[in-house]
Write a protein that binds this ligand. Structure first.
Ligand SMILES: [Zn+2]
Length: 330
């Protein structure tokens, strides 16, 4: 364990009845820059209390497929068919959600670089601290639903923590169980929810679904499938669903990015999910008068995994991410 944590102060899961569905909320305390912030969440207590899974969406305020999926699953899943406690947080970062931005508009902080948080820190660090203490600790496994950003499209993939600790190996097993084609081992930067959680022995996986700020049928189907598969993998349900088909052999991927070096108009020639050769021309950046400032070329052969769709770009913006295969999953 890390330093002593204060744990929960705002609610007590022990007071919730077996086989119950509970709609609760936690309040953000201390300086938030605006009116008081409330985070609604659901706790589905099954026929027994253990194990605990926490699923969050809306950590970034411009990623919505997970938000919609959790709003629906909170009503749909039957606590009488669950073994364990399932906690669902549709919007973990309400202020960023309302602003429609990745970052918290109050301090421009990235919540997914702020965990496990600080009770006396910036608004984003306080939010991270509250979420971590009230909701994250005491779970066995976290599913942190992301959707890249509103400026880009992406091919669905699942991040898991690279490493050999018990929590890392549990995370990998959970990532595999989701049934997706692309699995991406990450050494997460400091402050990512999963980076903080695995230090407490909590498994964590972080799928990326959607992009462009959309809620689509395809995105909903994908996230629902992931949740049912995770519950089944963790032996929290014996629900047989249309998703209970065998998992195909996934690919372990790495990635390579291309960034904008100039401010201008990104004219994209590539398509999401398409295969590209090394040095293939993927797009161009033009200045305001039409002059060509940058050729955007594939840094290596692979698949176009992430593609910027918003055409106005600034230096440092990620334009394309190429996925390449590192091997087959074992
Ligand atoms: Zn995100």
């Amino acid at each position: 364990m890390q330093e002593q944590s204060q744990g929960r102060t705002q609610w007590d899961p022990g007071r919730l009845k077996l086989t119950s569905r509970n709609r609760l909320k936690i309040k953000l305390t201390g300086y938030t820059g605006t009116l008081p912030v409330e985070i609604p969440f659901y706790v589905l207590v099954g026929k027994r209390r253990e194990p605990g899974i926490l699923i969050l969406a809306g950590v970034h305020g411009d990623e919505y497929e997970g938000v919609a999926a959790l709003q629906d699953l909170a009503r749909e899943l039957d606590p009488k068919k669950l073994m364990g406690t399932l906690t669902l947080v549709p919007v973990a970062n309400p202020q960023a959600f309302h602003a429609g931005t990745r970052r918290n508009p109050v301090d421009f902080g990235d919540l997914n670089r702020s965990f496990p948080g600080n009770p006396n820190g910036t608004p984003s660090e306080r939010l991270a601290h509250t979420l971590f203490q009230e909701l994250v600790l005491e779970n066995d496994c976290l599913l942190s639903m992301h959707g890249w950003s509103k400026e880009s499209r992406l091919v669905t993939y699942v991040e898991y923590p690279a490493g050999n600790s018990v929590a890392c190996r549990k995370s990998y097993a959970a990532a595999r169980a989701l049934g997706q084609e692309y699995l991406h081992p990450y050494v997460w930067p400091k402050g990512v929810l999963g980076e903080a959680a695995i230090k407490y022995g909590i498994a964590c996986i972080e799928p990326e679904v959607g992009g462009m700020g959309t809620v689509t049928r395809e995105g909903q189907r994908t996230y629902r499938e992931m949740v049912y598969r995770l519950l089944s993998h963790r032996k929290m349900t014996d629900l047989r669903t249309e998703f209970s088909r065998p998992v195909s052999n996934p690919k372990i991927i790495g990635h390579s990015d291309v960034f904008a070096n100039h401010s201008g108009l990104f004219r994209c020639h590539a398509g999401i999910g398409g295969k590209v050769k090394k040095e293939e021309l993927l797009g161009e950046i033009h200045g305001l008068g039409g002059e060509r400032l940058q050729e955007v070329r594939a840094p290596r052969a692979g698949l176009v995994g992430v593609l910027r769709t918003f055409a106005s770009v600034q230096p440092g913006d990620r334009l394309v991410q190429i996925f390449y295969e590192k091997g087959k999953a074992k």
